[in-house]
Write a protein that binds this ligand. Sequence first.
Ligand code: ATP
Length: 151
Amino acid sequence: PEETGLPFFKSLFANYEMLAENAGKQFSGQVDLDENIMLDQALTKQLMTILFDNALKYTDDDGEVKISVQKLNNQLNIIVSDNGEGISDQDKKKVFDRFYRVDKARTRQKGGLGLGLSLAKQIVDAYKGKVSVEDNHPKGTRFNIRLRLEK
Ligand code: ATP
């Protein structure tokens, strides 16, 4: 893990903003950190990028992706939300499984192997953290991640 502060997230967000713009979509990022934290930057970037890429991929032309990062005690909470097609309750239980894709016909054109979220879960597990998925309101999907920070 490396000592990490606002600049790490700001530069990641600048990158996401560019990618969203290229896709004709909106991105907004927010960070709330009162002090530097110890974080494996490569893994954290990989984790957030998987969720960000999905959010872009599974939204339409009016796509809006939001990421918020907040430190609470010895946890880092990361929320990635979008206003896309959403995930049914039935599928919510399976999207972290390897090779699982919700609608093969529909998602085929969007590419992908169904590996992104299983990798994201592995990264979170390595942190002894938690990842969950729920509906975003009024529309879309919201992923909540909690990472346990080391002292
Ligand atoms: P890849 O291997 O390139 O990541 P993928 O996007 O199909 O491909 P996952 O990231 O594991 O694989 O996602 C699994 C499935 O969950 C997707 O196929 C998609 O159906 C659904 N999904 C993931 N993120 C979202 C989202 N933000 N909104 C709606 N559906 C999603």
